[in-house]
Design a binder for this molecule. Sequence first.
Ligand SMILES: O=C(O)c1cccc(C(=O)CC[C@H]2O[C@@H](n3cnc4c(=O)[nH]cnc43)[C@H](O)[C@@H]2O)c1
Length: 233
Amino acid sequence: MYFYRMKLLVTAATTLEVQPFLHFLDRESHTVSAHQYRLANCDIQILVAGIGMMPFAYHLGRHLASHRPDFAVQAGIAGSFRRDWELGSLVMVDREYLADLGAEDNEQFKDLFDIQLWQPSQPPFTGTALVNTFAGLPYVPQLPKATSASVNMVSGSTQTITRLESKYMPDIESMEGAAFHYACLSEKIPFLQIRSLSNYVEIRDKSKWNIPLSVKTLNEELISIVKSLASLS
Ligand SMILES: O=C(O)c1cccc(C(=O)CC[C@H]2O[C@@H](n3cnc4c(=O)[nH]cnc43)[C@H](O)[C@@H]2O)c1
C-alpha cells in the first residue's frame, strides 16, 4: 500500500524565533537528518534563511530549487502598527507590500509601481500587493488576518511610520515576509505566514520589545499547526 507523507517546510529568519519548536521536534519526532524531521504523516524541513529580504530570498530560492514542499510556513516575530493588538498576539498575513523598494523624489517615496518600472498585477502581484488567498491550504489556523509591510530598515521615525501607514495601511512590519510571499506565489506553493507581535512600530526603544513572549506564543501556534497537520491533535 502506498502511503503519502505531506512535505512541510517551516522557515524563519533566525533560529531564536523557532527554538522551542525545534526542541519539540527533537523530543516528539524522528530526526531524519539535520533540519529534517518525521512526525506521523509529515516530513518537516526546517530552513533558517536569515534576516532581511535578500538573504531570505537567496536561501529560500536555493532550497526550493531542490525541495518542493506541499505546504510552506514562515514563522517570525514582527512589529505592530496597531496599538489595539497586544504584544505576543498572533496574526496570519494575507497582504504583503514591498514598502521601501523604489525611488526618493525629493520628500516623497515612490515604489516601483509608482515609477512604472513594475505594472500592477504583474505576476505574482495582485494589484501592488503579494496576496495569500489561503486557497489550497491543508490547514488554516483561526487567526486574525494582517496586512504587512516588508522593509529593509526597521521603521523608527514618525515621518517613515506616517508614510507607510498612509501608503499601505499596514497592520504589521517585518523584514522578510514579502520575499516569502513572492517565492511561494511564483512557485505556486500553498503557504502561510504567521507572525507574533514583539514590539510596536515606533521610535526605536528596544527595552519595550517583548521577544520572549512573542517567541513563546509563536512556537505554541507552530506546534499546534504541525500537530493538526500530522493528525495528532
Ligand atoms: O535591535 C534592533 O534594532 C532590531 C531591529 C529589528 C529587528 C531586530 C531583531 O532582533 C528581530 C529580527 C526579526 O524580527 C522581525 N521584526 C521584529 N520587529 C520588527 C519591526 O518592528 N520591524 C521590522 N521587522 C521586525 C524581522 O522580521 C526580523 O527578522 C532587532
